[in-house]
Design a protein around this ligand. Structure first.
Ligand SMILES: *Cc1c(COP(=O)(O)O)cnc(C)c1O
Length: 451
């Protein structure tokens, strides 16, 4: 009975992904890959049990029926940790809460293994809510120096205007974290893998350092670990299980998967819910139900199938690039030569416990002058001639996308700083899609012969 699902209906640890012989689909909820497709069968969000596909409701405002029911709705809003009530939900106004986004939230919470999720209008709306609800004026934030460009300018450009100060510290250096934590530190923020250089940050190790710093602090002064899990998606990594307090996602990327809509999410403990939903209400970054529906119906349900295929191709492309004479270095967690390969194998695991190095890779084109001209030529050739690879920012879509972070997504960071942190003009970021891998490699091969 090697395939029998463990008690409680979780996924089998041997990676077989086959249902147990005796019980059909494991447990009531099924394995995570199945759950991503079927979602929550019975939603407390509304009487939608009879829909096979979740409905797209679209109503800016909701009928309140009576003053008493309206008062109850206002009274409960942001006072319940997001828990369902005895009565059907009382929706008031789209910006506060509404059923299509709420169904997506339930499924995102399940995928990330969190107690609750809240969606936002974009990844940046989610990240700013996660940070601002954890770091009031006077607080100090620690972040890894290499970050998604807009997160970098949020932390370094905007937060200081609201008297939230920061230090950028290499979070792979645990001593440095210890040394940088102050009594006012409230947030440790990072991406892993880091956008774009694919460096990994050891979530468990950061947790240990933060636990030591939190010891003896009253609840309101504890440091929160916020992890941007956009690159890995919950398919490849669940930071909450590894010690993060809160996870942010750009739904625009791997979870959305088709590139049709912007969206973001914060997933974490119930204790974070009420502040986050109030922040969303008042700063206004609510996700439209029309933009929640594609990730709910197409994105999340196909995440497992897409990621399984992205990864196979990513491994082939990484090996091809790794052996190419015009490529200096390839950063892909799946390669044995990846400097943090061991950590990758510990922390990047799919729902069945199988190694899941993801769909993103970063490589440096051989660039003797250090000005990035060969990378620029490569990208221009691809933009003009390649069929299977598109020059565009964003990632995690069914189409393979290429870009040069130094001059594009990470333009907000000063050039000197980028160079100091190992982000060079010759760096190229590749987001693998669902095309036939032969075509992707042929396009890259052609482009490399022309530089
Ligand atoms: C794109 C991205 C974001 C921002 O998401 P938007 O949906 O574009 O606002 C944040 N973090 C990472 C790692 C990203 O790639």
């Amino acid at each position: 009975m090697r395939d029998a699902p463990p008690a409680g209906g979780g996924a089998s640890r041997d990676g077989s992904n086959r249902p147990g012989k005796a019980g059909g689909v494991a447990g009531a909820a099924g394995r995570m890959r199945t759950r991503l497709i079927h979602g929550v069968a019975h939603s407390t969000r509304w009487d939608y049990s009879h829909h096979v596909v979740p409905p797209l409701t679209s109503s800016a405002t909701f009928r309140l029926d009576s003053a008493r029911r309206a008062a109850l709705g206002f009274q409960e809003f942001a006072h319940d940790g997001g828990l369902p009530h005895e009565h059907p939900p009382i929706y008031i106004y789209d910006r506060l809460e509404e059923p299509t986004t709420a169904m997506l939230e339930d499924n995102l919470a399940a995928a990330e293994g969190g107690e609750m999720a809240l969606t936002f209008a974009s990844g940046m709306a989610a990240i700013s809510a996660a940070i601002c609800t954890a770091a009031p004026a006077g607080a100090h934030l620690l972040a890894h120096p290499v970050l998604y460009g807009c997160t970098y300018s949020l932390i370094c450009g905007w937060l200081p205007r609201f008297h939230v100060i920061y230090d950028l510290v290499d979070l792979t250096d645990l001593r440095a974290i210890e040394g940088a934590i102050r009594p006012e530190t409230r947030v440790v923020y990072f991406e892993t893998p880091v956008n774009p250089d694919m460096k990994l940050i050891d979530i468990r190790a950061v947790r240990e350092v933060v636990d030591r710093a939190n010891a003896g602090r009253p609840a309101g002064e504890r440091i929160r670990i916020i992890v941007d899990n956009t690159f890995a998606t919950p398919f490849c990594q669940r930071p909450l299980e590894l010690g993060a307090d809160v996870v942010c996602q750009s739904l625009t990327k791997g979870i959305g998967g088709f590139g049709t809509d912007l969206g973001g999410a914060v997933i974490g403990p119930r204790s974070a819910h009420d502040d986050l939903i109030l922040f969303r209400k008042d700063f206004g970054g609510s996700l439209s139900p029309k933009s929640a529906w594609p990730p709910l119906v197409y994105g999340l349900p196909t995440l497992g199938a897409r990621m399984a295929n992205y990864q196979k191709t990513a491994m082939r492309v990484a090996r091809f690039l790794d052996q190419h004479e015009k490529v200096e270095r390839v950063h892909y967690p799946g390669l044995a030569s990846f400097p943090q390969h061991e950590l990758a194998q510990q922390q990047m695991r799919d729902f069945n416990g199988k190694f899941a190095p993801g769909s993103m890779l970063y490589f440096l084109v051989h660039d003797p002058e250090g000005e990035g001209r060969p990378a620029e030529k490569l990208i221009d050739w691809i933009a003009e001639n390649a069929y299977s690879i598109t020059l565009a920012v964003s990632l995690g879509q069914i189409k393979t996308l290429i870009e040069a972070p130094f001059s594009m997504t990470h333009a907000a960071m000063p050039a000197e700083e980028k160079r100091r942190r190992g982000l060079l003009p010759g760096g190229v970021r590749l987001s693998i899609g669902l095309e036939d891998w032969h075509d992707i490699i042929e396009d890259l091969d052609d482009a490399l012969t022309r530089i």
